[in-house]
Design a protein around this ligand. Structure first.
Ligand SMILES: Cc1cc2nc3c(=O)[nH]c(=O)nc-3n(C[C@H](O)[C@H](O)[C@H](O)COP(=O)(O)OP(=O)(O)OC[C@H]3O[C@@H](n4cnc5c(N)ncnc54)[C@H](O)[C@@H]3O)c2cc1C
Length: 430
């Protein structure tokens, strides 16, 4: 009998692909079931902090991603009129400090690189395969078809994103994502169209710019080797109930920011089309795995995050890398024996960290969106006159948050946890 494991991953997003690469490299047979007919060009900008580029480096993909990436010089935090209140150098400071670069890319290009790698190392990817039922004990997934059919692997990983049906199956109740009260306008502008003299300062030295104002904020950064400017505008959610993504009026979007920094309003004048995305996050889950030890969740399915710290994709990649590194601690022939403990260690290593990222992302919203008044004045005083230290309002400049976000070394975390486990391997009895 084959001893290596058959693993089904539900969802070929960034998290599902990362888990597939990590686990396949550890010697197991991985199949991804993805509901989409094709995996394509959807999405816009996404950020790859050093904790993720460390993972890419370990998998030999760092230089491939570099070919599609922009490396931002600085992150600037501005008031709505454009005054810079705080700056955090990214390139070279962050790369030197944490050993790996900070990239900004188009999600489609990043996704393609992970997809190609997964296929290259033998991951089986089945499109048009919507999982409609899970039996946690067998374990088995039922895939919609004509007729529906069942697959019985050794382990199921639910990586099916924000509106995860795997999460709802585990909880045995409906569990829609939490409304946050915000939506994002997402738009892309070609840098070749940014001809106005007002915009030349933005183009000359590619940076991430944040503008903050009461109940709203704006940000932009460059992707595709500085050829595209990715713009995200956050405003109070006014999407109709049940609608999560909708193409939207450019004029209405421009009007909402027409009294802001002239650089921003000029940039928004170049936008040809835009989309509104409802922003949702998750409540911390008690458990990511099923007690039968043959099912676990990963990525947005268990810790959807507001985008304000640009950590949603990064946390999904870290999840996949940690799972892969745990599987690589055992030989394929002993993995079955260790499976319950691998799942427990994965949860132990990832649940608190991702819950903290969800919370800190929500905290950043409060800082961005302060109404004018005493709190906003104090925020601005600290930003302008105090040296960044723990509790600094520009979270990217707070040294403790920086270390927490960027200094995470998935392999070291797994090594430490595994050494401890080997000293007293009783997790599965707990
Ligand atoms: C098409 C798309 C475009 C996006 N664009 C951006 C962007 O531009 N910027 C940004 O910051 N974030 C974007 N995101 C979100 C971001 O990629 C995720 O928040 C983050 O990467 C976490 O990824 P994930 O793998 O956990 O979930 P996701 O990336 O959401 O992937 C989940 C996958 O599971 C599949 N799936 C869902 N249900 C089932 C089912 N029952 N059976 C089989 N498959 C299923 C989905 O089709 C999807 O491919 C996008 C997500 C998607 C799916």
């Amino acid at each position: 009998m084959d001893q290596d494991l058959d693993i089904i991953i539900v969802g070929a997003g960034l998290g599902g692909l990362a888990a597939a690469i990590g686990i396949s490299k550890a010697g197991h047979r991985v199949t991804i079931l993805e509901q989409a007919e094709q995996l394509g060009e959807v999405g816009a900008g996404i950020q790859i902090p050093p904790s993720s580029s460390r993972v890419l480096d370990q998998w030999g993909l760092l230089e491939k991603v570099r070919t599609i990436a922009t490396l931002p010089h600085d992150f600037h935090l501005r008031t709505s009129n454009g005054t810079i209140m705080s700056t955090q150098n990214i390139q070279p400071f962050i790369e030197k400090k944490y050993g790996y670069p900070y990239f900004q890319v188009h999600r489609a290009g990043y996704h393609r690189i992970l997809l190609n790698e997964a296929i290259r190392i033998g991951v089986n990817i089945k499109l048009q395969s919507t999982v409609i039922r899970i039996d946690f004990h067998k374990p088995a997934v039922t895939v919609r078809g004509d007729p529906d059919y069942e697959i019985t692997p050794d382990l199921i990983i639910g990586a099916d994103g924000l509106r995860s049906s795997c999460r709802e199956a585990l909880l045995a109740r409906p569990d829609p994502p939490r409304l946050t009260g915000d939506l994002a306008y997402r738009s892309l502008v070609k840098v070749s169209d940014m001809k106005s003299p007002l915009l030349q300062e933005l183009i000359r030295k590619p940076c991430t710019n944040y503008w903050m104002g009461p109940n709203m904020h704006a940000m932009c950064y460059f992707i595709e080797k500085n050829q595209l400017c990715n713009i995200v505008l956050i405003i109070p959610d006014d999407l109709p109930e049940g609608v999560n993504v909708e193409s939207a009026s450019v004029e209405e979007m421009q009007r909402k920011f027409d009294s802001w920094d002239p650089q921003l309003t000029e940039l928004l004048r170049q936008v040809g089309s835009t989309t509104k995305w409802r922003l949702q996050d998750s409540v911390k889950m008690e458990q990511w795995s099923h007690p039968a030890n043959k099912f676990v969740l990963l990525g947005d399915a268990c810790h959807a995050t507001l985008p304000y710290l640009a950590q949603g994709a990064a946390q999904a990649i870290e999840d996949g890398a940690v799972l892969g590194a745990l599987f690589s601690k055992v030989t394929p022939s002993t993995a079955r024996l260790h499976l319950p403990d691998i799942l427990k260690l994965y949860e132990q290593l990832r649940k608190d960290r991702t819950a903290q990222v969800v919370q800190k992302s929500a905290d950043f919203r409060v800082i961005f969106h302060m109404e004018d008044g005493p709190l906003q004045k104090e925020r601005d005083r600290i930003l302008l006159y105090e040296k960044p230290a723990k509790g600094f309002p520009f979270l990217f400049a707070d040294p403790s948050i920086q270390e927490f976000l960027f200094g995470y070394d998935f392999a070291r975390e797994v090594d430490v946890a595994w050494e401890e486990y080997e000293r007293s391997p009783v997790l599965s009895l707990l």
